[in-house]
Design a protein around this ligand. Structure first.
Ligand SMILES: [Zn+2]
Length: 345
């Protein structure tokens, strides 16, 4: 065996070892490369190093010894470096897989909105409390007497026929209107008085334009010298506060048992501004409220002297007001629990 042959072997071994090392994809593969070339018993470079002592020529022996030692160190260094690099890669991958990244932004919070009926109800309260009205409530399970008789609809009164009522027994029912609270408020608080009564009312209706439960608000003002002019001013203020400052109102004679005179109130159309459109059936006006001067019999039923006091009352549906103010076409949307309605804001 000549020195040149051993040099060629060394060159070949080192080349293969370095190539295998850079192809190693895991620390275990690096360890296998190390064992194959530098292994204590039969590593290829180990075997070559053992042969150095048998070279006869001292110069060639020394030269090969130096070359093999350099190759050995080079290979050792590369094994350590390659192993460290692969360990680092594995650690980074594991962290990406398993660790919580606390700097990652959270999904955006979805902001809730008030239901249109709640929003309108609050708006109405705000408008009237600014005018000095008290917000009062009454029972939803009501006596027939308060719901009908005391608001001037005694048994047999024709207006009772128009009310589809949920009766509980002969004396009690689910209130069909908030008007009974007029009488309750006058009895409880006395006069002069100004109250609004927002609340649920119940009718035996269930079709595309009627829900068996809906919300009404009732307003009542009783004092000395109250006139239709006061009523008109209050309703104008209400219409402009809720439907916009451009709104006008129009009063039309009507009939309700508990007011005399009774007036239906139209508001100029909030969609077309009065020019005529589908919403207002091309009339420019939309019927929104019922109102009138409190019937003297209702006052005396509530213990108020109709010779000294007069008052006005008005009432309207909160769903309808919300539909008109917020442009909601179908009243059923308000009860179908589709959260898209409130997400719109
Ligand atoms: Zn219109």
């Amino acid at each position: 065996m000549t020195g040149d042959g051993d040099d060629g072997d060394l060159h070949d071994i080192l080349g293969r070892a370095l190539a295998a090392l850079s192809a190693a994809a895991t620390p275990a593969e690096v360890d296998a490369v190390r064992a194959r070339y530098l292994g204590r018993g039969d590593g290829e470079l180990t075997l070559l190093r053992r042969r150095i002592g048998s070279i006869a020529d001292p110069d060639a022996r020394r030269q090969l010894g130096i070359s093999v030692n350099e190759a050995w160190r080079r290979l050792e260094d590369d094994v350590v470096a390659r192993r460290a690099a692969l360990e680092r890669q594995r650690r980074v991958a594991a962290e990406a897989d398993e660790a919580l990244d606390l700097t990652w932004p959270p999904p955006p919070l979805r902001r809730g909105h008030l239901h249109p009926v709640t929003r309108m109800s609050r708006e109405i309260r705000r408008v009237f409390t600014q005018l000095g009205y008290l917000v009062v409530s009454g029972p939803e399970v009501e006596y027939d007497r308060y719901n009908f008789t005391l608001v001037n609809m005694p048994p047999g009164h024709p207006a009772r026929d128009t009310q589809d009522t949920f009766y509980i027994d002969a004396a009690r029912l689910l209130r069909t209107q908030t008007s009974p609270v007029q009488v309750r408020a006058m009895l409880a608080l006395g006069v002069p008085l100004r109250v609004i009564v927002p609340g649920k009312v119940f009718r035996r209706d269930n079709d595309p334009t009627h829900s068996p439960v809906f919300h009404q608000v009732e307003g009542l003002l009783v004092d000395e010298g109250v006139t239709v002019g006061d009523l008109k001013g209050t309703l104008e203020y209400l219409a402009r506060s809720i439907f916009g400052p451009e709104r006008a109102i129009r009063l039309r004679p009507h009939h309700f048992p508990y007011t005399e005179p009774s007036l239906e109130v139209d508001v100029s159309c909030m969609v077309c501004g009065g020019d005529g459109c589908r919403t207002c059936r091309h009339s420019g006006w939309i019927e929104v409220l019922g109102s009138g001067m409190v019937h003297p019999r209702v006052l005396s039923n509530a213990g108020v002297d109709p010779g000294r006091y007069t008052g006005f009352a008005f009432g309207f549906g909160i769903e309808r007001a919300a539909q008109l103010a917020y442009g909601i076409d179908d009243v059923r949307l308000l009860y179908e629990n589709d959260v898209r309605l409130v997400r719109q804001g």
